[in-house]
Design a protein around this ligand. Sequence first.
Ligand code: SF4
Length: 346
Amino acid sequence: MAKTDLKSLTINELEDFIISLGEPKFRAKQIYQWLHEKRVSSFDEMTNLSKSLRAKLAEEAKISGLKIIEKHESSKDGTVKYLFALDNDNVIESVLMKYSYGNAVCVSSQAGCRMGCGFCASTINGLEYNLLAGEILSQVYMIQEDIGERISSVVLMGSGEPLDNYSNVLKFIKIANSDLGLGLGQRHITLSTCGLADGIDRLREEDLQITLAVSLHAPNDEIRNKIMPVSKKYDMNRLLTACKNYSDYTKRRITFEYAMIKGVNDSRECALELAPKLKNMLCHVNLIPVNDVKERNFIKSSEAAIQEFASVLNSKGIETTVRRKLGSDINAACGQLRRGYLNNRR
Ligand code: SF4
């Protein structure tokens, strides 16, 4: 039977696990502290546990971990891209972004992805593995340790669709948010989805205060279908209804991500068509100059087109910003570093 990864358990789940081993409940808190405060990687280091309990844990459980295999630092803005190896030989990537208000880490929730977004390198070979909560957490822990500074926010915006790995991602959020863990406020956690409307409905019912970012990338289904296959399952009407319900219920502002792709979705008409669909929703739009992906035929929009698109939306009362592009000299876009590494390995 597969061993239980203790780093992926919430404190309540860890208590249940410890009780199932015939141990007193308070041991769970000790183990949780070893894993999430002191961040040890072996049971032998848990020196306030008896030798027999440590041996029992080693038999029944494991502690997931990662190894840094590559690290690239941008000379332009200090962004650092990490390539990590998982215990099962998969590789994933994470990005450290340094802002004036603190350090943010963009984590991966899956190795590969099955969503098929047309501008994304992560999806080219499909989904390979759903990360455990402990493996998502480890990306933050390892980067924090590597730089010796606190990470103040986390975005689930690396490889993978977080709502396609729902239960592991939810556990990650709970552990990262727990006072005995990272102690990261929910408002400092952003989950980015390509638009799984059912998942957004489910997330709403969790009653969390995290920030939801939705990759919209088009003003209508016709264009969205060309870029994002997910829209054939959840059309814009269904998606925007889920978003409206989410923001009405949580009172949290939704971020709509919009990758600007030359000649595809970046015209003035597109902006005029999009504006009324977002009216009356607590939201803002983030325009992103799309990253060139060799395997795909998308080119980023001109600066003038991006500025015009932003000014049309702003003039219609939809708050819109243009995202600063970080780490452009180190393949910091979703999936590019991992893809380069795998191509070389193959
Ligand atoms: S953009 Fe995100 S959801 Fe879309 S294919 Fe890439 S990793 Fe998956």
